[in-house]
Write a protein that binds this ligand. Structure first.
Ligand code: F3S
Length: 415
């Protein structure tokens, strides 16, 4: 694989031991994937932040790398960690866990990575443009960047994203190339997909469907459209997050909507022979909606909620009071915006809590005594059941708000 003179200098240790290790990792990955060279990146998003997921070995690995003295050379942000850094005590997070989590964050900060602690960097000012190369790791953020924004990133792992941050580049292969972005299959949707939860269920079905395709699949979706207005972004986020969870999709094209589909038109689907149809979403709902028993928590904000999402939830609550714990996960920067415009106060009056820096999937739920949850996120429903063994009610936002106000899951639309 071809390295430029400056990349060879990094590899030889001229920019420090940490950067040399980064370039070693990237060069090895490039060889494995048959990359011809490296492509410079403008931003990096690092996952594998929660101490709940990476444990003592992950922490030791990060602290050792941080001790080598190199720092990120491009904008680099962090995925959610395991706890809210400000209100962890009142939410019941164990102090010992929070101390470990802070060590993870400190090590990453020493590597020059900013503690945004969100899976939605595009809500906190990192918005790559069409054709811009980045190295993002969080799967829903990867889907959003590639599909909605038209940026170019593979699904990085935690270490490869850190390496890209320190070296400022990543191997050029797969979703960085025109060939890797071509659809592997046309998926025709034959049913209405009005809500973000429906989009999540559709994404879940598409992720499973395209999994056997080369590279984990790049679906070209026809027959589904996001709503207009502020719900459009939530719908697109949910669609990508759903398919990134059930499969290894990093890019989807939505006919007439997503960036590459709009830019390339019919050229994008030329020669695509594999075609599938999804006629209804019931199978997705049946797989994701398996809640039983009394609710411990209504959990929204997967991916992290935007200010528009929060305003919509506040409107749905209409000043009524939640009867069960009701957490909405956001980036700290979005929580601050919500506080500034009064949306946070209005939600808090209704018994909702804005929880930043973490999420329902990467937090230590068992330590918090949370076993039975409701959510509008297909991704969260999938991981809460498969990774935490939780019992999950899954449905549209309105049903979740109703559940919070009643203290129980309302009558099902999809059962
Ligand atoms: Fe984000 Fe956590 Fe969901 S990282 S996409 S809120 S699982």
């Amino acid at each position: 694989m071809k390295l430029s003179p400056s990349q060879r200098a990094i590899l030889s240790g001229k920019k420090g031991r940490g950067a040399a290790k980064a370039m070693e990792i990237l060069a090895a990955l490039g060889r494995i994937h048959g990359a011809p060279d490296m492509v410079p990146v403008t931003s990096v998003q690092v996952s594998g932040i929660s101490y709940n997921n990476i444990g003592e070995h992950g922490l030791a690995f990060l602290e050792e790398w941080a001790g080598m003295g190199s720092r990120a050379v491009v904008t680099a942000t962090m995925n959610p960690g395991g706890a809210d850094r400000r209100i962890w005590k009142s939410l019941g997070f164990p102090a010992a866990f929070v101390r470990k989590q802070e060590r993870v964050i400190k090590a990453l900060e020493a590597l020059g990575i900013t503690p945004t602690l969100t899976c939605t960097p595009y809500h906190v000012g990192v918005v790559p443009k069409l054709g811009e190369h980045v190295a993002w790791a969080e799967s829903s953020a990867v889907c959003y960047a590639n599909s909605v924004l038209g940026a170019r990133t593979n699904r990085e792992g935690g270490p490869s994203a850190i390496a890209a941050a320190l070296a400022g580049c990543t191997p050029r292969h797969s979703l960085h190339t025109d060939a890797g972005r071509r659809p592997t299959r046309i998926v025709r949707v034959g049913c209405p997909v009005p809500t973000a939860a429906d989009a999540g269920a559709l994404g879940y079905l598409i992720g499973r469907l395209v999994s056997p395709d080369p590279g984990g699949g790049v679906p070209f979706i026809q027959g589904a459209k996001p709503p207009s207005g502020p719900e459009r972004q939530a719908w697109l986020k949910a669609l990508g997050a759903g398919m990134a969870a059930s499969g290894s999709v990093g890019l989807f094209h939505l006919d007439g909507v997503t960036a590459d589909a709009v830019a390339l038109g019919s050229r994008l689907t030329k020669g695509v022979k594999v075609k599938s149809v999804i006629k209804e979403l019931g199978e997705g709902y049946r797989a994701l909606h398996r809640g039983q028993g009394r609710l411990d928590l209504v959990a929204l904000g997967c991916p992290h909620a935007s200010l528009d999402d929060l305003a919509r939830i506040a409107r749905l609550l209409r000043g009524k009071k939640a009867k069960v714990p009701f957490w909405i996960f956001v980036a700290e920067a979005v929580r601050l915006q919500a506080q500034a415009v009064g949306v946070a106060a209005s939600l808090e009056r209704c018994g909702a809590t804005l929880v930043a820096d973490t999420c329902m999937v990467v937090a230590p739920l068992k330590d918090l005594g949370i076993r039975i949850l409701a959510t509008d996120s297909a991704k969260a429903a999938f991981y809460l059941a498969s990774h935490h063994g939780a019992s999950v009610y899954f449905g549209p936002l309105e049903q979740n708000v109703e559940a919070a106000l009643k203290g129980a899951w309302p009558k099902d639309q999809h059962a």
